[in-house]
Design a protein around this ligand. Sequence first.
Ligand code: PEP
Ligand code: MG
Length: 589
Amino acid sequence: MKENKLANSETFWEGKVASPGIAIGEVFLFNQKEITVPRKKLYSSEIASEIERFQKALNLAKKELLKAQNSSNAKMKKDHSQIFETQKMFLEDEILKQNVIEKIRNEKINSEWAYQQVIDEAIQALSSSPNQYLKERVFDIQALKNRIVEYMQGVRQKKLDSVKSSAVVFATHLSPSDLLNLRKQKVGGLVLKESGVTSHVAILAKSLRIPTVVGVEENFHELKNSMPVVLDAESGRVILSPEEETLRQFRVRQEKLAQEKKKLQLLKKKSAITRDKKGIDLLANLEISEEAQAALDYGAEGVGLFRTEFLFGDSSQIPSEEEQFQAYSAVLKKFSPRPVIIRTFDLGGDKMASNYQTVAENNPFLGWRAIRVGLDVPEILETQLKALLKASKYGNLKIMFPFISNIEEIRKAKKILKQVQSQLKNEKVPMAAKIPLGIMVEVPSAALNVDIFAKEVDFFSLGTNDLIQYTLAVDRTNPQVASWYQTFNPAILRLIQISVEAAFKNKKEIAVCGEMAGETLALPFLIGLGIKELSVTPPLVPEIKEKIGKLSFSECKKIAAKVLKMDSVQEITEYLEITCRNLGLEKNF
Ligand code: PEP
Ligand code: MG
């Protein structure tokens, strides 16, 4: 049998590195176990006890739900309020309960089967709803169904909190809040099937320093919990049932990485400066406000991108103004007087949809995303801008709009900002006197129009994750097309060059906050173009600082000019690999 093969002999699976590192531990299968519900005919004498069994399971599930609700903190309660509410509603639905009881009685069938039939009908109705919010609730109800069936069968599935601290979690996909929970469990690593290296769950894994390999196209059902595993998130390999010698080698490598990390910490207080004394501002990308201290500890000189959409957690409810104010002011205070660029919500795409979304989209990445949502439902943007302006007095705030594709969007967003500003002024709310305004350059039309947009904004930030996706027509989350996702495609390099030159010509700052800013091979090119600000995931700050110290600006300029003349990804990549190696820069991804 295949399970035996995996359990008995060293087996290699391949994927792509999304977050580097080594993990040595045991397999933990997350959400993989399908629950099988048998259909059993009952004798009339068994019906009463079967109904009792069903009611007992409902009560146990209710108790568990209450316990979860009571033990979660205020923030989690809010984030998960809809999940709690939906599940509670289903648990307390008398009609649903009576339907199950009648089914058991009339059809003389076991309670799991009857329950499954009734609840599946409800799930079916929700799944075909055009309302995205209702559709998303299907997962909550499915989870509830599994839980109740497990109670009826007397087996509660292994829960997330039972993940051992060094476990390597295997999942088809994970939500950002699953990942935040796993962080609390201090998991060793992640292996995901359906994710690209710049998908949001991958970015979050990187910022949480959880070694992660994505796009692993294997049958996870062949795995068994607690199987020994090595996750080599340096070369993108998963090694199941590793041999003693393999384990030994990876333990040595893990130790070496830990020592390198310690050494890099010594650079914390140093600035990022090239050999010929060109200073580069090295900032951090934050996914959640709690990361601010870690980013400072890594030596970040500010925040180049705060992705505020993570404030949503798993919920599709817009966070309240107060909740947003708390998060923004906390980060601003921590970093003051250093700059903090806070980006308005980038909802849609592979991030969470808002509860305003009513139409299911065929192409969410080309759909109702980011600034489009904010302009169509101004109260979302207004609430966020209010919270930002109120928080602005605590530090050096810059506001950034995502997913801009035309100048009207900037003008409309600025108009809303002005209205909110004057309303707060009338209310005598203290605010920073000047708040620079910028946009993400992540859609090709924006890259080509930086000179035009320069009239309207103070700064630009290149979002290379999306710029690559939209320029090359490659879904950044789809592992099947990962080889088409080419950072070093000449079209990408040219668009970056056009944007940078246009920004400089118009005396505007331009930074890079996409994942490209943290890629070793991209550093000579970006610095060579004259970029002075890079924003990377916090754990990369010391490493990039060290690498910048090995470069010289005058050499980088030549390297950039040279690659801009090349015509293929292969030629560019090979050249950059050789050049970086010669400069003593070890490739990271
Ligand atoms: C980007 O697109 O490069 C970017 C930084 O934004 P996000 O990854 O949040 O889409
Ligand atoms: Mg983006």
